[in-house]
Write a protein that binds this ligand. Structure first.
Ligand SMILES: NC(=O)c1ccc[n+]([C@@H]2O[C@H](COP(=O)([O-])OP(=O)(O)OC[C@H]3O[C@@H](n4cnc5c(N)ncnc54)[C@H](O)[C@@H]3O)[C@@H](O)[C@H]2O)c1
Length: 317
């Protein structure tokens, strides 16, 4: 039986971080497809409101002692590991905490998966924080990695453990390195969520702060496209890292224009000097995602921002 067929018959899937922004969107789609899903989430940044009621829910920490025995009892076929401490600034302030969640927590997931014969684990890593300032623009998976934060370092460290578990125990895996994901349900704390912050400010008619000259760029990929890539990754037998991105650089002024046209009004902006250590350009090549997953982003930036703003506005009513 091919791996793709195996996935289509899979019934038991665990999603760590399944109450969060990307994880809950993934869980909804997996359940729509008829899979049996368990969510593991401590709700530290996720929300009970986003939990799919058809999913089983374990409200526990990644480092919970019961993880291995719970996995053995449940017998999952596939595990998506998305739970993480996602705030880059917090990782700078408290690198030990970041390491505990993002390395030791991930290691607990790997151990539980290995000891319960999970067939495959998919890990949500980061492209935005792993490559660092690089001359390779757009940046491919083959570029050297020079992460500029403990968050990026810890994501990279866990990537290496995935490869190690495959080499030693044959635990199958795929690593997806996301660019800057945006869309409905994005947590407004943390650094990744500039679109979440600005759409929220717009919907509440509040000012927001633009740092630097606004010419810094990011590669914004819409959450539904990311979820499609995660689902495709469940059906392939291929290890290694795959960027999930649009390959398009968007600067802060282009982002502001897209939000203003979605809302039909001007944002109230406060300008502030650039922040030390902030990456100037970030854009990831996505040829490997097309080649291996047959994935390409389907939602344009204008459309994605419009959907995000409509959702934020609806929440504000
Ligand atoms: N959003 C982005 O732009 C982006 C970019 C690159 C990578 N990622 C990765 O994608 C994944 C999902 O990110 P998101 O944007 O949905 O963030 P999120 O904060 O909405 O989701 C993370 C979830 O993990 C849970 N969690 C955190 N620590 C936990 C712990 N110790 N034990 C159990 N649960 C815990 C949170 O409650 C939350 O529900 C993360 O691994 C993140 O690093 C996100």
């Amino acid at each position: 039986m091919s791996f793709a067929l195996l996935f289509s018959y899979m019934s038991k899937i665990l999603v760590s971080g399944g109450a969060g922004f990307i994880g809950s969107t993934l869980v909804d789609k997996l359940i729509d497809q008829g899979h049996t899903v368990t969510v593991l989430d401590s709700l530290v940044s996720g929300s009970r409101d986003y939990l799919n009621l058809a999913a089983d829910f374990w409200e526990i920490d990644l480092l919970d002692d019961s993880l291995i025995s719970r996995f053995q009892e449940a017998g999952f076929d596939l595990v998506y590991h998305l739970a993480a401490q996602i705030d880059v600034r917090k990782s700078v302030d408290d690198p030990i905490f970041d390491n505990r969640v993002n390395v030791l927590g991930g290691l607990n997931i790997l151990e539980a998966s290995r000891q319960s014969n999970v067939k495959k684990v998919i890990f949500s890593s980061t492209g935005g924080a792993i490559y660092g300032e690089t001359e390779e623009i757009p940046t491919s998976e083959y570029a050297a990695t020079y992460p500029l934060s403990p968050y990026g370092i810890n994501k990279l460290a866990l990537e290496k453990y995935f490869n190690y578990y495959y080499q030693l125990y044959g635990l199958n895996y795929t690593i997806l390195r996301f660019a800057n994901v945006y869309g409905p349900r994005q947590y407004k704390g943390g650094e990744a969520g500039v679109i979440a912050l600005f759409t929220e400010a717009m919907a509440h008619d509040k000012p927001c702060v633009l740092y630097g000259d606004g010419k810094q760029t990011r590669d914004f990929v819409y959450v539904d496209d990311v979820v499609d890539a995660l689902i495709l990754a469940g059906g392939i037998d291929c290890r290694g890292e795959i960027n999930i991105s649009t390959g398009t650089e968007i600067d802060m002024w282009q982002m502001i224009t897209a939000i203003e046209s979605a809302a039909g009004q001007k944002l109230k902006l406060t300008l502030s000097p650039g922040r030390l250590g902030e990456q100037r350009r970030s854009v990831l090549a996505n040829a490997r995602a097309l080649e291996i997953l047959n994935w390409r982003p389907a939602v344009s930036f204008t459309e994605g921002v419009r959907r995000t703003y409509d959702w934020v506005k609806q929440q504000a009513l």
